[in-house]
Design a protein around this ligand. Structure first.
Ligand SMILES: [Zn+2]
Length: 136
């Protein structure tokens, strides 16, 4: 069988499935951590946890119930807050953290970012108009 044909089969099989999302990436990272811990601890508990997490992650990636998975992931992303970009694209998140500083509006809690290295600046919240000073 030609390689192109095999790829096509895989693509067809993946079509209409959820694919990787924040929850599945998070589960895989957690599973990896448990497996690393288990090298030292050697406990069935960590093995079972890691296998369960990998299983759940695979279930999400291959799930055809896109709406349910999307809703679950949205709730999870809300919960993650500023950690989210680190799961999505760690390299970009690191570059972003070098270039920008993130603030939370003391009035309404809206998150915003300003370029780093501008000294003490006045920030105006785009959400509620509140002004506050911060060091960038
Ligand atoms: Zn605000």
């Amino acid at each position: 069988m030609a390689k192109g044909n095999a790829n096509q089969k895989v693509n067809e099989w993946l079509r209409g499935r959820n694919g990787s999302d924040e929850i599945s990436v998070f589960c895989l990272i957690l599973a990896l951590l448990f497996l690393i811990v288990n090298i030292f601890v050697k406990s069935i508990f960590f093995t079972v946890l890691a296998v369960a997490l990998i299983g759940y992650s695979a279930f999400r990636m291959f799930s055809r119930n896109l709406e349910a998975r999307e809703n679950e992931n949205a709730v999870f992303c809300e919960f993650l807050g500023p950690v989210r970009p680190w799961l999505r694209n760690p390299a970009r998140a690191a570059a972003e953290a070098r270039e920008y500083k993130h603030f939370k509006c003391p009035e309404c809690g809206k998150r915003m970012r300003v370029p780093r290295g501008k000294g003490k600046i006045r920030i105006r919240c785009r959400e509620c108009g509140n002004k506050f000073e911060a060091r960038s």
